[in-house]
Design a binder for this molecule. Structure first.
Ligand SMILES: Cc1ncc(C[n+]2csc(CCOP(=O)(O)OP(=O)(O)O)c2C)c(N)n1
Ligand code: SF4
Ligand SMILES: [Mg+2]
Length: 314
């Protein structure tokens, strides 16, 4: 029996595979297939909704295990990859983005998703966030913002509002909070959106749009910590008497100043895509560089090219 030939994702070489003939349609994964352990989050935690919608996205967009990577740092929200039956890493606190960048740059054929908390991404990981955004590395970063450190049981986080009483600010937070949307826009992110876990359809729309963006896509998803910051987002939830306002229809997503202004609206602010522009990704730039270097050293083996570099450094 002849074996079909497929393209290797990493080079122009053709490899043979024992994959079934193209006529055999491969089904998308079901929720049952993609769900791993039962999540250990507290009942009612907003993170459940984000996970359920990630499963839905995988199901809808037919993302098979070998085509996605789910990466996180440390925190309640960062337990995310444990609950997904696919490839991924529960990495070091604040270091999910550097790890995910390596995956993205070396495997451009994968969809790389990073999930994390406000502390993980804007406190210990704040520096990485800025650099991955400005470099426009192709990956989707979803921050499950609960305005608190949940896993370590209620410390002030960089997004906690002034006056929030926690174990680290018993009299109330005194430090001016980070606005994740402003931070992302100012850092140079090419896709910046905001949603809330209490509106599943909207979360799904934002995750799909983020995934389809060719570059660094950032989604701030409000996700209530029912244990340590109950009711934090009630003002954004119509079921609790709040207001869920979509980004005004006339908003120009390519206008950075307009996006920044929108991000500065008082809570509950707006929900939707604030900013979206096309700028070459670091992935594309590196691919061009690699191709031109290969052309320059055509005929040489990889180790010979490496040897030349070391010789030059002498
Ligand atoms: C290097 C290091 N410093 C501190 C900690 C302790 N720590 C674990 S999670 C966390 C903050 C989690 O908050 P957040 O990222 O907002 O996630 P949440 O639990 O709220 O989802 C901290 C400070 C750690 N694990 N590693
Ligand atoms: S402590 Fe808060 S963030 Fe952590 S699982 Fe419980 S409700 Fe969710
Ligand atoms: Mg948090």
């Amino acid at each position: 029996m002849s074996v079909p030939a497929i393209e290797s994702p990493r080079s122009n070489t053709t490899v043979t595979s024992a994959a079934p003939p193209a006529s055999t349609e491969r089904k998308g994964l079901s929720k049952k297939e993609i769900a791993a352990d039962h999540p250990t989050w507290c009942p009612g935690c907003g993170d459940f909704s984000v996970l359920a919608l990630y499963f839905k996205l995988i199901e809808k967009r037919k993302l098979w295990q070998e085509k996605i990577t789910t990466v996180s740092g440390i925190g309640c929200s960062s337990r995310f990859p444990y609950f997904v039956q696919a490839y991924g890493a529960h990495y070091i606190h604040g270091r999910s983005l550097p790890f995910a960048s390596g995956v993205s740059l070396s495997r451009p054929d994968l969809h790389v998703f990073v999930f994390g908390g406000d502390g993980d991404m804007f406190s210990i990981g704040g520096n990485h966030f800025n650099h991955v955004a400005r470099k426009n590395i192709k990956l989707t970063c979803v921050v499950m913002d609960n305005w608190v450190y949940g896993l370590t049981k209620k410390q002030t986080s960089p997004t906690s509002p002034l006056g929030f009483k926690s174990k680290t600010d018993t009299w109330g937070a005194v430090d001016y909070p980070i606005n994740p949307m402003k931070q992302a826009i100012a850092a140079g992110a090419t896709f910046v959106a905001r949603t809330t876990s209490t509106n599943p359809n909207h979360v799904m729309q934002m995750m799909e749009a983020a995934m389809d963006h060719d570059g660094f896509s950032f989604v701030e998803c409000l996700s209530e910590c029912v244990e340590f910051y109950e009711g934090a987002f009630d003002a954004s939830n119509p079921r609790k008497g709040g207001a869920f306002n979509l980004v005004p229809s006339g908003h120009d997503v390519t206008d950075e100043t307009a996006a920044y202004k929108l991000a500065g609206e008082p809570f509950p602010g707006y929900f939707g895509i604030f900013h979206k522009v096309n700028r070459p990704t670091k992935n594309a730039k590196e691919a061009t560089l690699n191709a031109s270097t290969r052309e320059k050293f055509k005929g040489l083996k990889d180790w010979q090219i490496l040897q030349k570099s070391f010789d030059r450094m002498k």
